[in-house]
Every structure is written in C-alpha cells, then in structure tokens.
Design a protein around this ligand. Structure first.
Ligand code: CTP
Length: 426
C-alpha cells in the first residue's frame, strides 16, 4: 500500500538481540515504498551481519565514522553528515539502553551516535525503538533518559510486553516490525484530527433466538476497524465499539466489545457524551426476537417449525444524532448506509431521515466481508465518490473528508490524497 512512498529512512541498529526484528522492519519499510539506508554500530554487528541488511535494503551498510566510501553520493569522507541530510527520519531500532544513554549525553564516538548528534534537529526527526531486558528498562536511569530524550526532541516509542530473550517476562521488548511500521506511518500522517475524540461503531450485532442460535448479518467490521485506525493515525483519541467480530484491535485504539443492538446503544449513548465525532459504521440488526428462549429450542420430529416474533431495535444513530451535543455540532455524526440498490437516492433519503450532516453510502453485497469497498459521501452540499479501493485507503480518505468538514481549510492527509489518485481497485 505504498504508505511510505517517497520517504527516505536511515535505519540505525544498535546492539541487542532485537536486531533480528530490524531485518523484517527493513523489508517492511521497503515494501511500504520507502528507501532505507542502514547504519549499524559495532555491537549490532555481533547480532546481525551487514550482509543481511545490505541484501534487504539494497544499499551498502555503513558502520564506521572512518568509512571513506562515497556516502549519499558525496566523497568528503563525512558519512555522519551526508547520510543524515537526505533522511526524512532516523529510526534507531533497536535502541539499546547504552545507546540511549549515549545519545542523552550527546556523545558521538561511533557513526550512528555521531550521525544522530549531527542531524539537523528541526528537519530530520529521530525515532527510537527501545529494546532491552525488563530490569534495564525499569531502571530509573533508563526512565530518566527516556524523559530527557523526549524533551530533547526525540520520539521514543513504547516497548512491548512479554517473554524476553533472556527468559524473563516483562516490559522492554522492542515492538514487532508491523507495530513499528504502523508507528512510522502514523508519525508521517498529518494530524488533521488532533484534539478530536472519535467514537466508531463497527461490525454486526447478534440477537439471540436461544442460547445457541441468533440472527446477525454479513458485516465483517473491517470498514469500521479501518476507520478507527485511520482516525488514530490522524491524531484522534479513538474508541471503537465493536460487535462480535474477531479482528485485532488497531494499535492505540480503545475497544469495547458488545453483542446486541441494545448493548451497543447503551454503550454508544454513554460514550457519545464525551466524543466530538461519532462514525456509525456498525451494521445494526434492525430486529431482534421478541423473546429469546432460555433453553435451546428442540425440533420434535413433527416437521413443525418454530414461529419467531420480532421487535424492532432502536435506531442508535438517529438517537445520538438528536442529542443536544449533536444538534449544536459539538458532536459531528457520520452515518453509513448499506444498500443493495439505488445507492444515491437511498443514501440521500437516509441522511435526512437519520438527521446526520454526513452519510457514507455503500453497496452491502459488494463489500461485506471483503477487503475493498467503494463509498459515496452525501452531505448538504452534494456527493463525493470514493472509488473502489482497499478499506484502509478509503478510511484514510474518509478521515480527510471529515476533518475538512470539522475545520474547513484542513488539507487532506497525504496518504489519502495519494490514494485518491490511485486507479480504482488498486
Ligand atoms: N443504524 C443504527 N441503528 C439501527 C440501524 C442502523 O444506528 N438500528 C445505523 C447504522 O450504523 C448506519 C445507519 O444507521 O450508520 C444506516 O444503517 P442501514 O442498515 O443502512 O439502514 P437502516 O437504518 O437499517 O435502514 P434500512 O433498513 O431501511 O435500510
């Protein structure tokens, strides 16, 4: 998905067992469209060879400040200057406890630390992915260093929790390559939703008939989850209220699982009181059995089928959209419309019926369970088509559209703008 197209990353490795993850990270960065220049410390060379990193990055690896090879096309024997000047970011992964302590003091006795110190602070961001034993991470010296490094302008990422190579369990593992990639994509995403609290509903609801059966629908939740992720990338504080789906929670997003439409309504009614944006992507069941049987309904062999009586579920979105905060636009509500035909007319009518400023129409059978979708945005001004694309691409575009409506004049996020130019279905 070329999220890092055009970005040049200097990937620094300091010494730690997590160097094995740096190999995968390098690959992921390249796959995401970035160019990668690897710089390693001598200690990193104890864990992984420059040969591996050269093969993965497609570039010669630099490890010494005395290396007199041409660096970034310049022959002045100053790799610490030349390699950093063309970088969109220096990412040190793994950043060992020792390396962070060194950076903190402005020490510069190897190429990587020298390059970090010599980088133009306002132009080349420094992102550190710490990796160490849990005791080293918890040590007051390391924690002090993290605070000071952040104050000095570095972005110090979280650490993972779990089993460590040393056999102990706790905080201090380096984030996984896909988590690091996510953090980098987020780092470069314009924060068009900074300060917003976005509430997203996603997935189907499940309405019980008896303890083992129920009615639900084909919604996979993928669109809502992608929207939650895109909103978080764009700087929002995001809470996702999810019906029964088994999708992983997007990084950094708070999640509350619900089952029935009534559960979902109760949860959303409470949470919407503190949200500034509500995106109702859930495919809420329109009806529920009037009464769920307490025990499994048995067939008795007579051929007689059970008769089910249904009652209508409340319209959650319409209810939230009528609340005082939505009426005075403190809460901006976005509805979805899952249609099977006549998308434009149905979406326009549904927007008015639900009382929302923005409604996103899609053809349910063309998208339920799939990774792609096509959206039709309907608001008071007219319509905007977002052609068929991956749901994450569309989610980023939708976030850009919402941001513009919240604060007219806000440009679309770069990723969304690029995606908008991609051919449909790409
Ligand atoms: N919605 C809701 N509560 C419901 C039904 C729908 O909050 N009981 C929300 C959905 O999350 C979506 C929008 O309303 O944002 C439209 O949902 P959709 O299923 O397309 O339409 P319905 O309201 O069910 O209307 P219809 O069945 O006539 O298409």
């Amino acid at each position: 998905m070329n999220e890092l197209a055009g970005k040049h990353i200097v990937l620094g490795l300091s010494g730690g067992i997590a160097c094995y993850k740096a190999a995968e990270l390098c690959r992921s960065l390249i796959k995401a469209g970035a160019t990668v220049q690897v710089v390693m410390t001598e200690a990193a060379g104890q864990f992984i060879t420059p040969v591996t990193m050269q093969a993965l990055s497609g570039r010669q690896v630099f490890a010494s400040q005395w290396d007199d090879r041409s660096a970034a096309g310049v022959d002045n024997n100053m790799p610490h200057i030349n390699l950093s000047r063309e970088a969109d970011a220096i990412v040190v992964a793994p950043a060992s406890a020792d390396f962070m302590a060194k950076l903190l003091h402005g020490r510069a006795d190897d190429l990587l630390s020298l390059m970090c110190l010599a980088r133009p602070v306002d132009k080349v961001p420094l992102i550190l992915a710490p990796a160490m034993n849990r005791e080293m991470w918890a040590h007051p010296a390391t924690q002090r260093n993290v605070v000071q490094l952040r104050a000095d302008g570095a972005t110090v990422l979280d650490v993972g929790i779990g089993e460590q190579a040393c056999g102990e369990t706790g905080d201090g593992r380096m984030l996984e390559p896909e988590e690091l990639l996510y953090e980098l994509v987020r780092f470069f995403t314009p924060k068009v939703l900074a300060g917003q609290h976005v509430l997203v509903s996603a997935g189907p609801t499940f309405e019980a008939i008896d303890p083992v059966r129920g009615i639900t629908n084909l919604s996979s939740g993928k669109m809502g989850f992608a929207i939650a992720r895109a909103a978080h990338e764009a700087g929002a504080n995001v809470t996702l209220v999810a019906g029964p789906v088994s999708l992983p929670t997007p990084r950094g997003v708070g999640r509350i699982n619900v089952k029935t439409a009534l559960n979902m309504q109760k949860t959303l009614n409470v949470l919407s009181q503190n949200a500034t944006v509500f995106i109702s992507a859930a495919a809420v069941s329109d009806w529920r059995p009037a009464e769920a049987a307490l025990q499994k309904i048995k067939k008795d062999g007579s051929g007689q089928v059970p008769v089910l009586h249904f009652v209508e579920n409340p319209d959650i979105l319409a209810g939230v959209a009528r609340s005082p905060r939505a009426s005075n636009r403190t809460l901006f509500c976005v509805g979805f419309a899952a249609e099977s035909e006549d998308l434009l007319a149905n979406a326009q009518a549904k927007r008015v019926r639900k009382g929302v400023p923005l409604l996103v129409g899609n053809i349910g059978p063309d998208t339920f369970g799939q990774d792609e979708n096509a959206l039709l945005l309907v608001d008071e001004q007219g319509t905007t088509e977002l052609p068929r694309a991956d749901k994450l691409v569309l989610a980023r575009q939708l976030v850009g559209e919402i941001a513009r409506r919240l604060r007219p004049g806000v440009p679309a996020p770069a990723a969304a703008a690029e995606a908008a130019q991609a051919p449909a279905g790409s």
